[in-house]
Ligand binder design. Structure first.
Ligand SMILES: *Cc1c(COP(=O)(O)O)cnc(C)c1O
Length: 231
């Protein structure tokens, strides 16, 4: 089942790339494995997936221990400052940095462990209430402040678009994220790269690819619906 799902997603990625004149290698697929058991991650791994996304520190650490070491782990969920120390030397990319205080904590722990941590700035482009992410208005100054911290590299931007029936409704948010990245590039900030745009999920990734996504984060489309059990 997972193999079929991955093949179907792969086909759709390729057609979105050719429709928009992009190369397939420009778009990296992250298998979002949150809530899913290790056996399913192993199946995805056997199909060639090497990028996995998790949104909880504890779950990421458990899976990190059990899975092969050539996996690139992506932290895509809200990150509490007191948990940063557990993951700074284990994650490939933190997608969800939305405050200076969180970035300072990441920087501090990265210095201690003598690593450089790659991050994305999460922006709530749709300005949805109750969602994480910095505002569009504050994004540029936040990037400037974070860029001065040691052992941290800002690689780009991330957004979680609203849940919609028709992915076209999210196109403007993807365009906005790309535009903010362009604005930041024009500021030539030291240590800031802005090569990566993490946007697009199961419901809207083709639209995101057409608007320039370099990382798409697919959970349901690969692993099926999630069941959340209350603990
Ligand atoms: C769960 C999650 C995804 C994957 O969502 P699907 O709709 O299942 O593809 C992507 N990004 C983030 C930040 C998530 O939390």
């Amino acid at each position: 089942m997972i193999r079929d799902n991955i093949n179907a997603v792969e086909d759709r990625i390729q057609s979105a790339c050719s429709l928009s004149g992009r190369k397939r290698e420009e778009v990296k697929l992250i298998a979002v494995s949150k809530t899913k058991p290790i056996e399913m991650l192993q199946q995805a791994y056997a199909c060639g997936c090497r990028d996995f996304g998790e949104n909880k520190v504890q779950e990421l650490l458990e899976k990190y221990d059990k899975m092969p070491k050539d996996i690139r782990w992506h932290m895509i969920g809200h990150l509490q400052r007191n948990k940063v120390k557990y993951i700074v030397d284990k994650v490939y990319l933190i997608h969800s940095v939305d405050s200076l205080r969180l970035a300072e904590e990441i920087s501090k722990e990265a210095v201690k462990k003598e690593v450089t941590v790659s991050i994305l700035i999460e922006i709530n482009v749709a300005e949805e209430a109750g969602k994480f992410g910095t505002t569009v208005r504050e994004a540029v100054s936040l990037v400037e402040e974070i860029s001065r911290l040691p052992n941290i590299a800002v690689k780009g931007l991330m957004t979680i678009a609203p849940y919609v029936e028709n992915s076209e409704e999210n196109r403007l948010y993807f365009t906005m994220l790309r535009q903010i990245a362009v604005d930041i590039i024009h500021k030539n900030i030291d240590n800031v790269f802005m090569k990566e745009l993490s946007m697009g999920m199961t419901g809207d990734y083709e639209t995101a690819i057409m608007e320039g996504a370099t990382y798409i984060r697919i959970g349901t489309g690969i692993f099926g619906e999630r069941e959340y059990t209350s603990v």
